[in-house]
Ligand binder design. Sequence first.
Ligand code: 13P
Ligand code: SF4
Length: 358
Amino acid sequence: MQDRVLTGGTAPLNPASAAARFGIIERPDLTFTPEIARETAHLYERVKDFIPAIEWPVFAPYVHAINRIKKERGAVILAHNYQTPEIFHCVADIKGDSLQLARDATRVDAEIIIQCGVHFMAETSKLLNPDKTVLIPDGRAGCSLSESITGADVRALKARYPGVPVVTYVNTSADVKAETDICCTSSNAVAVVESLASDTVLCIPDEYLAMNVANQTKKKILTWKGHCEVHERFTAAELLAYKEADPRIEIVAHPECHPSVLEVSDYAGSTSGMIDYVKTKRPGRVLLVTECSMASNIQAEVPEVDFVKPCNLCPHMKRITLPKILDSLLYMTEEVTVDPAIADRARLAVERMVNLKH
Ligand code: 13P
Ligand code: SF4
């Protein structure tokens, strides 16, 4: 690898940067050759239902280069269930929902983690792996929930409700996590709330997740007015119209949806919970009330299931693309760091969740 490290750049690299520490790799030729066609054929099999054969020559050189350079770098690619099929099926090493990715991030051997997801996910990986280099292919990949609240907001809430424990959804910045007693994800929110001794719990910032938790616990739940811009768009009326058209259709929803949506659903759970439900129950027709890419990512494994896709895209997740992943690997960008003044407290909140037995 050493002979491919560029040494003659015009601007000197910041010596503390990941690029200076690991070196920059020269951009590979991205021509679709017969060799690349042969070596990526097994990967195309996994995505052939979503990527027309005529388009594969555009994707394949990136897939090939990413998989090769990933090995040279000793990097591991973590991908959320909402990543596009060519990322999810062709370059990801570890895939899952927010909790699985947080847990798996603690078990990663590699020195470099490339996080294909949104910024709070990369920050969580960095919190759990302070000595590793965590890169996100596009640092602008945010989240409407994460942006709905700041650390100062949580401090104000704590002053208003002294002694009330704070459960913070993992979809938040490290600044917010640092003010928190324990984090939760959509798959363990009820268990986290139940694990606390207090009868009243602040469950922030997702108002709908908190309302859905409140429906499953006797504790008094206080919340915040944050919403997921993808899941808040689904309505019960829209889903009932699908049910009316085909009563056999099963509706599987994410708990970031409004409680009225969950009421007309057959199952509600985290993205991985939704995937497990479809794989286990194998309904004839299913409507996934969540981000678009999920259905595409599991369709190949359950070919007998007919997916109805009302399709709401998460624009933040969609910022992550193959060309940007390749750039991350070549130029070691964009490095995710957490302010040391808040990192220890934020890490504690995530670790309490990861270590929770349930
Ligand atoms: P999961 O934890 O269910 O993967 O959810 C993350 C997310 O951002 C859903 O919008
Ligand atoms: Fe955030 Fe919603 Fe996108 Fe998930 S789907 S990352 S909660 S904006």
